[in-house]
Design a protein around this ligand. Structure first.
Ligand code: SF4
Length: 285
């Protein structure tokens, strides 16, 4: 996603197509629960997507070449029209780099779609199944080795670890990073959760910062680059298409920082917008 502190002057721009609909996970930290207007919508089977041509125009206006399929409250790999969307975007956007931000759960079942992406970012908070279920609400960790074996066509596969008290306890984060490094992953992001108590950078005191990317610190874990990623402060800009057809360079959620002091606000009392099935404990497999 983009930056909640954006003043529209950061130089790195990309596009996001946000899907809404039922999800096959029910993470307590899902940002979708703070996007109440989008939570009841379902555009996973819609074609054409509402607002797609305005979105394309805005991407061209900002000279954007990278577009990511992502979800407000669902997994974008559940979209039934990825093939059509890929064809439309490759025709409309010169030198398109098409990415997907996914929980990876159905990647191996949707390999025809998976093969269309140039890059992927997969959310896995832990390889410990109990911690995974605590954080993702249901299901088991996707089979990452097999997904990687089917991703040789991609420019990059990045792993996103959303931080929580669960994976910060008992050295679990270090075990996850060790395993990812052993699997040959080159980049992992440690994501500060939105709408939850702020946790802070878990590597700040124990690892050596080797550089900054988009304002965020990068550490080395073996050969793998690990970036602490806080959406409140990361210095990127994005054009976004939401399920209601709205095209915006901003988010329809409360800004999570104090504009004067820059400090992160208490985020533990956000109202819930949980109307989609995953929030009602309906398991979608
Ligand atoms: S995988 Fe989790 S965080 Fe992602 S959309 Fe589904 S419920 Fe939300």
């Amino acid at each position: 996603m983009g930056c909640l502190n954006s003043d529209k002057n950061f130089t790195h721009w990309f596009g996001n197509i946000h899907f809404s609909g039922p999800c096959n996970r029910s993470c307590y930290f899902c940002i979708g629960q703070h996007m109440m207007a989008l939570d009841p919508l379902d555009n996973l089977s819609s074609w054409p997507l509402r607002g797609i041509w305005k979105f394309v125009d805005e991407c061209l206006n900002h000279n954007i070449h990278e577009i990511n399929l992502t979800g407000s409250n669902t997994d974008p790999l559940l979209c039934q029209n990825i093939g059509k969307l890929n064809a439309l975007l490759r025709t409309a956007i010169p030198e398109l780099v098409l990415g997907v931000r996914t929980n990876g759960v159905v990647a191996l079942n949707h390999l025809d779609d998976w093969k269309l992406f140039d890059k992927a970012s997969i959310s896995i908070p832990s390889f410990d199944e109990a911690i995974y279920e605590e954080m993702m609400g249901q299901g088991v960790t996707p089979r990452l080795e097999e997904i990687l074996a089917n991703s040789s066509h991609m420019q990059s596969v990045k792993i996103n670890i959303v931080l929580g008290p669960e994976n910060l306890a008992d050295n679990d984060l270090a075990k996850t990073l060790d395993r990812l490094s052993d699997l040959g992953i080159k980049r992992t992001n440690l994501r500060e959760p939105y709408g939850q108590p702020h946790l802070g950078d878990p590597l700040a005191k124990s690892a050596v910062e080797v550089k900054r990317i988009y304002g965020m610190p990068v550490y080395l874990w073996g050969q793998m680059e690990v970036t602490y990623w806080d959406v409140h402060y990361v210095e990127v800009e994005s054009v976004n298409l939401y399920a209601n057809g709205r095209v915006s360079a901003d988010y329809p959620i409360t800004r999570g920082h104090d504009a004067l002091s820059g400090s992160v606000l208490d985020q533990s009392h956000f109202p819930g917008g949980r109307v989609s099935p995953q929030w009602q404990h309906l398991r979608l497999g």
